[in-house]
Design a protein. Structure first.
Lengths: 146, 146
């Protein structure tokens, strides 16, 4: 069986470690939508060992913290669904009260028109955010368990 | 500010520990929809300490494992959104290929009619599943970090 997350990065690469990688997803209306993708093929979170789960969630939390510090989003949304692509990946999404779907989940119906000017303001911050995210992940990976 | 997850259990109580509780949610079409709710009020996952995050995700994984063993779902969906109720709660949802929304997220548009006969077959298994879930959580809580 071919798997798109085994065969490709799955988005714009931000950082790659031994066990997982972080990519930016190109999802219309959500300028700060990231995925933490487990490198090895595993379908469910509980297919990982306890140490691997801890490692995975440390990365998810670190990505979340950088998004919060740099973008001050209204809320962070975390999700591991995998119904279509059953290869473990965590969505880490900065949500804003002005985004097209807030407070609904990104998968629900839109609540309003997109605010492309505000989206562009977020996008302008991403190069610096990605540099900081890489620094933090690199430093963490040097000390991490698993 | 009043918070529904500070003021109420937030669903059918399954288990309560010192730091978190597990409830069954009554969500139409999803007979095995659980939430792991952090007892103290915290908005974001990264508001918890590292030990608290590990504790929280051990419980999420344990709930997931019991659902997998007992129900053999097509997929588990995990999510911490909190856009409407910003009090940390993890959705742990057993998804079935026959459910009304699969493979779409539960928050998206339905894909087909509900299969209430199959839903009832799942519901019939829940008393035994809840007993097992409580046993596992109780045993784990006796040994857990944080």
């Amino acid at each position: 069986m071919s798997c798109v997350l085994c065969d490709t990065d799955g988005g714009q690469p931000v950082w790659r470690g031994a066990h997982l990688r972080v990519i930016r997803a190109d999802e219309a209306g959500f300028p700060a939508f990231y995925r933490v993708i487990w490198n090895a093929h595993a379908a469910e979170f509980s297919d990982l060992s306890g140490d691997e789960r801890q490692h995975c969630m440390q990365a998810v939390s670190l990505v979340e913290q950088v998004l919060r510090e740099q973008l001050q989003p209204t809320k962070i949304n975390l999700a591991a669904l995998g119904n279509v692509v059953p290869h473990l990946h965590w969505h880490v999404i900065a949500r804003f009260a002005w985004d097209s779907h807030f407070p609904a989940p990104v998968w629900a119906a839109a609540q309003r028109e997109r605010d492309t000017a505000r989206e562009a303001q977020v996008v302008a911050q991403l190069p610096a955010l990605h540099r900081l995210m890489r620094e933090r992940l690199e430093r963490w990976a040097g000390q991490a368990v698993a």
